[in-house]
Write a protein that binds this ligand. Structure first.
Ligand SMILES: Cc1cc2nc3c(=O)[nH]c(=O)nc-3n(C[C@H](O)[C@H](O)[C@H](O)COP(=O)(O)O)c2cc1C
Length: 370
């Protein structure tokens, strides 16, 4: 048996294999943040395709935290009810449904990638007629945002910060109602929590800026709030950017990530999903197969107290299996390869385990039985 297709135990949760669909925004809601048929088919297909964990796209904990007006959200009971059939379907296929809880911070209120990814001012609309809004930032003046017009930004005050923590707590409660087994806090890719973590984007002089302890305070408070309502038997993941890849100035780096991993483990986080970058246009990202794996590996070596997920440039079953076999990661998250091939998990099982016909859904088995 391959290592990729071994069980992963996290608290009381048994994940059937070490392969996860990485969170991927679909920007396919109406402006209400409710899932559409697209979400049902998109997430459902990947569950049919053999992923052990099917993670939703970044799902906004409040409307202001959407990247675009078409992002998925979980800020009302209606959202939880609408997501419930999706989690049920994923579970019926033997997969584990996870939800990535997100707040886009100053990278919010943009048009969709295929509409140019440009800021939408509060008095403007995107090509579909959806209105923009004022975005939230730890330090609006800390640096120019991505090229293009500067969005309307608000510096987060104490009420905003408490509002964000409450929104995460409520989103976690609703995620539970919706049937998710894993809550992942999105603290990567230059979105709100990462903006607080990095000295590049955080020049506050209050309790949420300056020292490592202050910059990490918000993510710790969010994690505490989620852990308070997330049942003891269910795991919490956090996705971080292991580094900003901005080395010419004081920035977030792998040493701080390792230190944060220890703090998060103490707060009851079970797995750190280690991505990178996304914060600043000056980033120098190396790219290529496994390019982020050394970051995951450093976290895995730096703390015994949580499991680690690796992501980025994984496209081959043998490559994914080797990451687990060689102790570089406990879980492999795959993004774009799962878009190219929704059945990547089944293909991987076939390649790694020989006859994997029993892993295919019964409805499809005649296609693979000898
Ligand atoms: C279409 C698309 C949407 C994405 N949306 C998200 C997202 O919602 N949350 C997130 O943390 N990462 C997001 N990512 C990053 C992926 O989860 C993943 O980390 C990245 O694509 C690298 O993995 P890969 O090389 O296997 O694609 C997205 C990537 C793609 C291609």
């Amino acid at each position: 048996m391959s290592d990729l297709f071994s069980d992963l135990s996290l608290r009381d949760l048994e994940v059937p294999n070490r392969l996860a669909v990485s969170p991927m925004c679909q920007y396919t809601c109406d402006a209400d943040g409710l899932p559409t048929e697209w979400h049902r088919v998109h997430l459902g297909s990947r569950a049919v395709g053999g992923a052990g964990i099917v993670m939703t796209e970044a799902t906004a904990v409040e409307p202001r935290g959407r990247i675009t007006p078409h992002d998925l959200g979980i800020w009302s009971d209606e959202h939880a009810e609408a997501l419930q059939p999706i989690t049920e379907f994923v579970r019926d296929q033997g997969g584990v449904p996870g939800i990535q809880l997100a707040h886009a911070g100053h990278k919010a209120s943009k048009t969709r990638p295929w509409d140019g990814n440009v800021p939408i001012a509060p008095d403007e609309t995107d090509p579909d007629g959806a209105a923009g809004w004022e975005v939230l930032s730890p330090s609006p003046d800390a640096y120019p945002p991505f090229p293009g017009d500067r969005p309307a930004m608000r510096k987060a005050d104490q009420d905003d910060i408490e509002g964000v923590i409450d929104a995460y707590r409520a989103a976690a409660e609703r995620s539970l109602e919706a049937g998710f087994e894993i809550a992942e806090v999105h603290a990567a890719h230059g979105y709100l929590l990462h903006e607080f973590l990095s000295p590049v984007t955080n020049d506050r002089d209050d309790d949420y800026g300056g020292s490592f302890e202050n910059r990490t305070r918000l993510v710790r408070e969010v994690v505490k709030a989620v852990r308070d309502v997330w049942p003891d038997e269910k795991p919490i993941f956090v996705r971080i950017s292991g580094t900003d890849w901005v080395e010419d100035r004081e920035s977030w780096d792998i040493d701080q990530s390792v230190r944060l991993a220890g703090d998060l483990a103490e707060l009851g986080v079970d797995l750190l999903d280690v991505s990178s970058g996304g914060l600043h246009p000056d980033q120098q990202v190396p790219g290529g197969p496994n390019f982020q794996v050394p970051l995951a590996e450093a976290v895995r070596e730096g703390t015994d107290d949580l499991a680690v997920g690796a992501v980025g440039g994984v496209t081959e079953p043998e490559q994914a299996d080797a990451l687990v076999r060689n102790g570089r990661a406990d879980l492999v998250l795959v993004g774009r390869e799962f878009l190219r091939d929704p059945y990547f998990g089944l293909r991987a099982a076939g390649e790694l385990e020989g006859d994997a016909a029993e892993k295919w859904p019964v409805q499809y088995r005649r296609a693979v039985q000898r």
